[in-house]
Write a protein that binds this ligand. Structure first.
Ligand code: THU
Length: 132
């Protein structure tokens, strides 16, 4: 998968970031991913007065993925207020892993990485299948 338009994906993430609801941290995040069928899904962080229940941008993104037809994530990027690429937090790497193609690509602060590189030896759906 060498033909990913990272500029297009980053622009979609920036557009999503502009919709963020982050009155508490003032740290707006936008996430965008290319889906296996070619569509792009996005999400923004949505905070809450009960701080701990705030939602990361990736939460919205996976909800959007599922609600708009499902499929698998092929490539992912998330950005901050300044449009700079940031790392998805640990919990969100797990969220992404659930729907990732094997070897899903992420644009990260240290270049293009695979999901396995940023979440090694992940626990995932196959572990549950094996236990059935
Ligand atoms: N945040 C995300 O939306 N995604 C991440 O992967 C990192 C953190 C949000 C959560 C919170 O609203 C704000 O960034 C500051 O932590």
């Amino acid at each position: 998968m060498t033909d990913i338009d990272w500029d297009e994906l980053r622009s979609a993430a920036v557009e999503a970031m502009e919709k963020a609801y982050a009155p508490y941290s003032r740290y707006r995040v936008g996430a965008a991913a290319l889906v296996s069928d070619g569509r792009i899904v996005t999400g923004c962080n949505v905070e809450n007065a009960s701080y701990g229940v705030g939602l990361c941008a990736e939460c919205g993104l996976v909800g959007n993925l599922h609600m708009t037809g499902g499929g698998e994530l092929v490539a992912f990027v998330c950005v901050n207020n300044d449009g700079e690429t940031i790392m998805p937090c640990g919990r969100c790497r797990q969220l992404l892993n659930e729907f990732a193609i094997p070897g899903m690509l992420l644009e990260t602060v240290s270049g293009i990485r695979t999901i396995d590189e940023v979440l090694p030896d992940a626990f995932g759906p196959r572990d549950l299948e094996a236990a059935r």
